[in-house]
Design a protein around this ligand. Structure first.
Ligand code: EPZ
Length: 432
């Protein structure tokens, strides 16, 4: 039975939240364990999330042993592993496509259903497949599944048409055993990429990544057991800072790396927010009504698309008209109709949202359509004058560990209730 969230809004949040390990760093590092043959990868600060459980199940289905307790994970892979990924798990989580590169590098073949699109866009993996083909893989699409084979991948120069996070990660992992050097150009530069680089280096890979969008990988014969630590989740941390902004509260988020969210902090400052930034924590102070600002989402270090729904909530309450342009995904505005149900005044024109600030939002019954849209609805519920119910919580539990507990600890009034409606197909919310 899918659950729903009941939020009694209107309270100024006050207190400190510590950030979880980054979901989008943990998932590729977990996939990198496939490269180890009969060895072990230890990973610290793994967040307890639905997506992490899905990736662990996917690795187990290939033959790996995964132990996961108290944010510590140990992945051991046998000498021989399967190269065929189970369709149900791949369809559940797009990030499953991150096993393609490691499987090809390790086994010389891989069969993987094409990951479906989702509510934010068609989410193709053409850049992943184009790069693997350049490295010598033969790729066939058979009944909606990728059948890839490679008798040894060759190092080469690959220019990414778009700095895709997943394609950068997949191709980097595919290159670790390739013959010679692989040079990836126009790569993604998100912090999670460098977390993966560090993990692969600790396993013995030769990777040079200087943050300029060029990554050089020299092929090696084998990798060794290693340990890796997941960086703080910049998107989760920024979500809670924006919870402070939306409720005019005083919220400190600790165990973060502030410069990973520079673009958000700069935008909040431009909007008149008062903040204190220390080495590993950020505090937003009661700042009164923010001023409207405009922004465009871009690949890192630009404003992150994963914060676009959440920042929109703060702008719904700002004084004036803001314009938010979504340039990374095709259709990442499904949260707009739900926010408008709560009294927001947002118009969509092509890939831009025109937001006319209102004094306050009103509680409503709303539906989470994807992970970050769901997070935005929580922020709107916290800011609204009365009661909000959020349905399809499974989306939220995919990326936020103990969200309701963390928010209640700083003054929010949130309860998770069984949902009356019989919602089919939604994954059971992870109750950690
Ligand atoms: C990663 O997804 C993140 N997921 C996403 O976070 C994030 O929104 C995205 O990067 C952008 O920052 C994980 O890291 C697990 P992309 P990914 O490849 O790798 C197009 C969240 O909320 N594209 O950088 O799938 C694609 O359609 C999630 O935590 C192609 O056209 O993102 C999109 O428009 C949501 N062809 C754009 O590039 C390709 O082969 C960015 O995609 C690959 C991508």
């Amino acid at each position: 039975m899918e659950s729903k969230m009941k939020i009694i809004g209107g309270t100024q949040l006050k207190g400190k939240i510590s950030a979880q390990g980054a979901k989008n760093a943990a998932l590729p590092v977990m996939a990198a364990a496939i490269l180890l043959k009969g060895k072990t990868l230890k990973i610290e600060r793994v967040p307890n999330l639905l997506d992490v459980v899905t990736m662990a199940d996917l690795l187990r289905s290939l033959g790996a042993e995964v132990r996961f307790r108290d944010h510590e994970m140990e992945i051991s892979t046998p000498e021989e592993i399967s190269w065929e990924t189970p369709p149900d798990l791949v369809r559940k989580m797009r990030a499953s496509s991150l096993v393609l590169g490691p499987l090809l590098a390790r086994c010389g073949k891989a069969v993987m259903p094409l990951p479906g699109g989702c509510s934010i866009g068609s989410r193709p993996i053409d850049l992943h497949l184009k790069g693997l083909t350049r490295m010598g893989a033969s790729i066939e699409l058979v009944h909606g599944a990728v059948h890839a084979r490679a008798d040894g991948l060759r190092g080469c120069r690959i220019y990414l048409d778009f700095p895709s996070v997943g394609a950068t990660e997949n191709l980097m992992m595919a290159a670790v055993f390739a013959q010679g050097e692989t040079v990836l150009e126009n790569t993604a530069r998100e912090p999670e990429i460098f977390n993966l680089v560090e993990a692969l280096r600790s396993m013995g890979a030769f990777i040079d990544a200087d943050g300029t969008g060029v990554i050089r990988i020299k092929g090696v014969d084998d990798l060794e057991s290693a340990s890796a630590t997941v960086i703080p989740d910049r998107v989760e941390a920024a979500t809670y800072i924006l919870a402070g902004a939306a409720t005019n509260g005083e919220v400190t988020v600790s165990e973060v790396i502030p410069n990973h969210i520079d673009s958000l902090l700069a935008k909040l400052e431009e909007a008149g927010a008062s903040m204190t930034v220390k080495e590993t924590e950020v505090t937003i102070h009661p700042s009164g009504r923010l001023k409207a600002v405009s922004l465009k989402t871009l690949p890192y270090p630009g404003f992150p698309t994963d914060l676009q729904p959440q920042v929109m909530v703060a702008l719904c309450l700002a004084e004036g008209t803001s314009v938010v342009q979504e340039s990374v995904f095709q259709s990442r505005f499904l949260h707009v109709s739900e926010l408008n149900k709560m009294g927001a005044k947002i118009d969509i024109q092509s890939n831009s949202a025109i937001i006319n600030g209102v004094e306050s939002l009103a509680g409503a019954d709303v539906i989470a359509t994807d992970l970050r849209a769901g997070a935005a609805l929580v922020l709107a519920g916290l800011a609204a004058r009365d009661i909000t119910y959020i349905h399809h919580l499974g989306h939220i539990f995919r990326g936020y560990e103990n969200m309701e507990e963390k928010l209640c600890a700083i003054g929010a009034d949130i309860a998770i209730l069984p949902s009356e409606e019989d919602s089919k197909g939604d994954s059971q919310a992870l109750r950690s």
